[in-house]
Design a protein around this ligand. Structure first.
Ligand SMILES: NC(=O)c1ccc[n+]([C@@H]2O[C@H](COP(=O)([O-])OP(=O)(O)OC[C@H]3O[C@@H](n4cnc5c(N)ncnc54)[C@H](OP(=O)(O)O)[C@@H]3O)[C@@H](O)[C@H]2O)c1
Length: 266
């Protein structure tokens, strides 16, 4: 098969969380360009409307359902999956991209912040996957990609909360992958380094403040320090997600695929 052709996901329904953010937004566009119908979700209704318009202008035949939901709330997650499946049928592709960064050095970390980050980055993808897995298992078909991070593979300064949540997400990916593959459902993760999105730029800004550099100087430093010489784009992460969801990745199971410009090599 040709990995990025326009009919790879024809007849498939993909749910993309974090679709109002940099990575989820591009992922929804890439998946629809590959033939999928999509349900997009986030809390920002205006951005969801903009994305829906973007997709429909590029892919007039794509079906797009947009659902405003706060994924931290179980009732919103229920409503999301129910609406999505009522409108577009069984979900067979799931991208767990919603996430938050933040936290601080351990001395200043509050339990509240720690629990909020763990909840959204770890508990929520599990509970959402659990809801959709029911249908995938019945149909013996599905693929899930969790958007993790290089921070799920090694510690970072002041990263206890975020890093812990992404290590945990990688652990979930591996364990669930072993259960789900028996039912022809593949579970994988992507682990990007800095990506040029609001979250990525915010991380670079905070690091710059610690190192007495402006945002522009820090962005330049981070780019220069990467073997590839540049930070990843959201589209590059979206392409990797699309590949992992496709049958071209049929025997890739429980992986954490790094997108690091060569900065981490094992
Ligand atoms: N950017 C990077 O450098 C980078 C690197 C490695 C991994 N990642 C991971 O990539 C994923 C996407 O990040 P991004 O770069 O696209 O960040 P982003 O632009 O900040 O987007 C974050 C997304 O998460 C959603 N979200 C946050 N809290 C939510 C909630 N309570 N309910 C529903 N949605 C919520 C946001 O939606 P609303 O604001 O509309 O609620 C938004 O769509 C995250 O899991 C992040 O950890 C990012």
């Amino acid at each position: 098969m040709s990995v990025f052709s326009s009919n790879v996901f024809t007849g498939k329904h993909a749910l993309v969380t974090g679709a109002t953010g940099g990575i989820g937004y591009e992922t929804a566009k890439v998946l629809t360009a590959m033939g999928a119908d999509v349900t997009i979700t986030g809390r920002k209704e205006d951005v969801l409307n903009q994305l829906k318009g973007d997709i429909q202008s590029e892919q007039p035949y794509a079906k797009v359902v947009s659902v405003v939901a706060d994924l931290a709330e179980a009732s919103d997650r229920e409503k999301l999956v129910q609406t999505a499946q009522e409108k577009l049928g069984p979900i067979s592709l799931l991208v767990n991209s919603a996430g938050i960064s933040g936290g601080s050095v351990v001395e200043e970390l509050t339990q509240d912040v720690l629990e909020r980050i763990m909840h959204l980055n770890y508990t929520v993808p599990i509970m959402l996957s659990q809801q959709i897995y029911k249908t995938m298992k019945e149909n013996q078909e599905g693929a899930i990609v969790n958007v993790s991070s290089l921070s799920g593979l090694r510690g970072t300064y002041a990263g206890t909360a975020y890093v812990g949540s992404k290590f945990a997400l990688n652990g979930f990916t591996q364990s669930f992958a072993l259960e789900a593959i028996e039912h022809n459902v593949r579970v994988n993760a992507v682990c990007p380094g800095y990506v040029d999105t609001e979250m990525g730029r915010d991380g670079i800004r905070r690091k710059g403040e610690r190192e007495n550099r402006s945002f522009e100087e820090q962005f330049e430093t981070e780019s220069r320090n990467l073997p590839s010489g540049r930070i990843s784009t959201p589209k590059e992460v979206a392409n990797t997600i699309a590949f992992l969801l496709s049958d071209a990745a049929e025997n890739i199971v429980g992986e954490a695929v790094k997108i690091s410009g060569g900065s981490v090599m094992r």
